[in-house]
Write a new protein. Structure first.
Length: 325
């Protein structure tokens, strides 16, 4: 495996295996390169190149980049985008997965430390949304998210980006995801709670379940816009923010008032792994079902193309191993 720098450490990373988990448009794989259409924007030409091996392993180039920050970069930056998480979270994943424990020739007895108690969640100021709070024409006109559902989630808009608030279970603001409207690029609020320690929409479940039994059942999706699409169809939903599920997210769902969770995976390999991880993590804690969105990549695409999300058949999950069909 190639040796690449990750947060100041040299780490042997299986770049090809990591990138193979995702769908690439017009992809051509060689022994040391991946050539494809750009993952960062709507593109049908092989304008993107990632080095899989050699001296420049992990680096990538997008020759038609809209945003100069995404014209080139290192592997951690690319993986953060693909995993739908922050740069810091992607670096942590690579080190935990591939790095050997740091060694030292000398041994020093560690200082005795008292337990600090439970970790306190990070809460950020609502003012970060502030004047940006309002209706996104992009979400309404291109993604089919009604003004009512946008107000329900408190989304914001800068014109060029949509602001998607992620909240703790008690409703306090944990982080904000900014998503460009002219590309697939996104970023998160600084000095906020890591997104993989949150579940999008879990605060709505806690707030409503005691008085409305419909909120004891929810669809779970990868993306926030998919979850909002189910709300448009009249079905409560939550999202993990990408295809990588953490134990913290599973614990948040287990602790919630949810009694029935319906998995709506994206139709790709990463989506199958996402569904398997949730099935294994939630089995025995909630009733589990799944729905299959036919012919398209995800739930929002199905809805935008006239599909009825509420009319999809629900199939009980009885086996741990899931396969796409």
């Amino acid at each position: 495996m190639p040796n690449i720098p990750v947060n100041g450490r040299q780490v042997d990373v299986d770049i090809t295996a990591e990138l193979s988990q995702y769908e690439w448009t017009r992809a051509r794989w060689t022994s040391d390169k991946l050539l494809s259409a750009s993952p960062f924007r709507a593109d049908n030409h092989p304008s993107f190149m990632a080095n899989l091996d050699g001296e420049y392993a992990g680096t990538w180039l997008d020759s038609g980049a809209i945003d100069p920050d995404y014209s080139s970069g290192n592997f951690t930056k690319l993986l953060a985008f693909l995993r739908d998480e922050s740069y810091e979270e992607a670096a942590e994943y690579l080190i935990e997965t591939y790095a050997a424990p740091e060694q030292s020739d000398s041994f020093t007895m560690p200082a005795l430390q008292l337990a600090e108690g439970p970790r306190q969640p990070i809460v950020i100021d609502e003012a970060i949304i502030g004047s940006h709070r309002g209706i996104s024409e992009y979400l309404r006109d291109e993604r089919g998210i009604t003004e009512k559902i946008q107000r329900f989630f408190g989304v914001g808009s800068t014109g060029s980006a949509v602001l998607l608030p992620w909240r703790h279970a008690d409703g306090r603001l944990a982080t904000v995801k900014y998503r460009r409207t002219d590309s697939k690029l996104f970023w998160y609020a600084r000095d906020a709670e890591p997104v993989k320690r949150c579940v999008f929409g879990i605060d709505k479940i806690w707030r409503r379940a005691a008085s409305d039994a419909r909120f004891k059942q929810a669809v779970i999706c990868e993306g926030e816009i998919d979850a909002m699409s189910f709300y448009v169809a009249g079905m409560p939903a939550i999202a993990t923010g990408g295809a990588n599920v953490t134990q913290r997210q599973i614990d948040l769902i287990r602790a919630s008032p949810l009694e029935h969770v319906i998995l709506a995976a994206d139709n790709d390999e990463a989506g199958a792994k996402w569904a398997k991880a949730l099935t294994e993590g939630l089995r025995g804690h909630v009733r589990l079902s799944k729905i299959t969105v036919p012919g398209v990549k995800d739930s929002n695409e199905y809805a935008v193309n006239g599909g009825d999300l509420a009319g999809l058949e629900r199939e009980p999950i009885r086996a741990v191993t899931l396969s796409l069909r």
